[in-house]
Design a protein around this ligand. Structure first.
Ligand SMILES: Cc1cc2nc3c(=O)[nH]c(=O)nc-3n(C[C@H](O)[C@H](O)[C@H](O)COP(=O)(O)OP(=O)(O)OC[C@H]3O[C@@H](n4cnc5c(N)ncnc54)[C@H](O)[C@@H]3O)c2cc1C
Length: 282
């Protein structure tokens, strides 16, 4: 449980952090809340020789609403998100991450750059069709959620790059539901579901988004279930029919908690519940 030796620096500017990362080369790592990286180091599954801490860089923390969307600094902690009712499903998901100690340190940028398919916020970003800003030696670029999560713990944030900001549409007029299933309340999701529903004037489903946590090597969208509900009635039968398709095309990893079949079952049940919540709130 003791990590290998490493050097540490906490620059006070983004440029300084990128210089430090460039000098440290492939063994340098960004440090945000440390609640994924430090456990990996203690287990000797990661052994960076230099940690570049972002905590002293101004402007990386906070939530601002602008032109129908939210801009969230990468160093904004889960604890800041969970108390911000304006953020809707983002706040709901953040409030269910681990326990308050983890939420007091873990950051949205760290969670998204790390790309754990069992984590809550990557699925929220995907369901909301959000984007992240990534700064690197060649300048900054916007990366859409659909391009960010490449494989298990592998994201489009490259070596020497820093995820600086998250942009999420405000989803005004949409209802949301969030369902997370685990054995103990502070555990990662066995399966988690984000549902967002927009009702048409006649009460049918104008649009719908469904995100799946821990149903593959990256967060996923339940596109078959979305298609089954879009344009249809939002009564109990319509929701149940769509939810039956929630696990279509998924390849959930088996672990000590759940077989792949059990996870597919959970996805169907939790999607129905999350859709019901979203429809009631829409
Ligand atoms: C006991 C426990 C339970 C947990 N349960 C859950 C849970 O239920 N749900 C959940 O979603 N999460 C859970 N987590 C993970 C937690 O949310 C982490 O805080 C989060 O995944 C990573 O954020 P961090 O700020 O701690 O990142 P760090 O650990 O500091 O970094 C993680 C990785 O991302 C990189 N990185 C960090 N920030 C940036 C950035 N801005 N730009 C580029 N790269 C960056 C780091 O180099 C590192 O590779 C749990 C953690 C613990 C310890």
């Amino acid at each position: 449980m003791i990590p290998p030796e490493f050097d540490y620096t906490a620059p006070d500017s983004l440029d300084g952090a990128m210089r430090a990362l460039a000098e440290g080369g492939e063994d340098a790592k960004v440090l945000a809340g440390g609640h994924s990286l430090l456990p990996l180091m203690k287990l000797r599954l990661a052994a960076p020789t230099l940690l570049v801490d972002l905590r002293r860089i101004p402007g990386l923390r906070g939530v601002q609403r602008e032109d129908g969307s939210f801009r969230i600094g990468a160093m904004t902690r889960h604890a800041d998100l969970q108390v911000n009712g304006e953020l809707g499903v983002v706040a709901d998901a953040a409030s269910l991450i681990a326990d308050q100690q983890v939420r007091n340190r873990g950051t949205i940028g760290g969670s998204l750059a790390h790309g754990d398919p069992a984590s809550d916020l990557p699925t929220v970003l995907l369901a909301l069709d959000g984007t992240v800003t990534v700064a690197g030696p060649g300048g900054t670029r916007e990366v859409a959620a659909s391009e960010l999560f490449i494989d298990y713990l592998t994201t489009a944030v490259g070596q020497g790059e820093i995820l600086t900001e998250v942009r999420l549409p405000a989803m005004d007029g949409w209802g949301h539901g969030y369902e997370k299933f685990n054995r103990r309340s502070e555990d990662w999701a066995m399966v988690g579901i984000v549902a967002l529903v927009k009702k048409a004037a006649d009460g049918s489903c104008e649009d719908v988004r469904i995100g799946l946590t821990h149903m593959g090597s990256t967060p996923l969208r339940a596109t078959a279930a979305e298609q089954a509900l879009r344009g249809q009635g939002l009564d109990a039968q319509g929701i149940a029919r769509a939810a039956e398709q929630a696990a279509e095309g998924t390849d959930p990893p088996e672990d000590l908690n759940a077989s792949a079949d059990y996870k597919r079952h959970l996805a169907r049940v939790l999607t129905r519940r999350a859709l019901e919540e979203a429809v009631a709130a829409a």
